[in-house]
Write a new protein. Sequence first.
Length: 248
Amino acid sequence: MLDFNNVTYSYPGGEPALNGISFHISDGEQIGLIGANGAGKSTLMKAALGLIGVQGTITACGLQMNKQNLSQIRKHLGYVLQNSDNQMFMPTVIEDMIFGPVNYGMSREEAEKVADKTLAQLGMEHLRDRHNHRMSGGEKRMAAIATILAMEPKLMLMDEPSAALDPRNRRILIDMLNQLPVTKIIASHDLDMILETCDRVILINDGQIVADGDTLTVLSNKTLLENNNLELPFCLAGIPMKKRPKMQ
């Protein structure tokens, strides 16, 4: 589904943001991408989407990442932005959901059928004709995910999907992610969510992979996490809920 082979990238005048990154993701895997701020998560996501030119090779959905293949590759990739307001730009949810498929050549009628099917699968039919500016942050996040799913991607990349969600919508999101059959890469600081939704974790620091393995094995390694400026998930740290620090 996705291969990075010795991928390196440096921003102009800076140190390498990615430094010899190599990994393989198979069809159906649920990958958590973790690391402290500045570790290289966002750059890795941009590389996977073909938004930046890199040294080394990237293969996505069986095609090598290059200018000739980029448009074909992007038909199979879905990217959920951290800020849903930057993604939902049409007046209503249904208009957002059919925008991509129609622009890739699908008829409006067929695009609406796919959108309605997606909403039904997610139990979100009530949001179909909702105006985007009249939805809560949690509803927008769910609608943004539905918009990407309506494009029927083979690989979904998500940037901090639980950011700014209240506890109820965060739980809805986790349940939704666990039901989605598509291959996913979830970049997040929310390690408790990663623990619940991903079967494998890739930990990066200073543009390099420092751990790649079973989610519970990686996220229960206190020394490994602390050495990379992270902390144990709350559910593994033994911190009573009432004593946990408040989220800012």
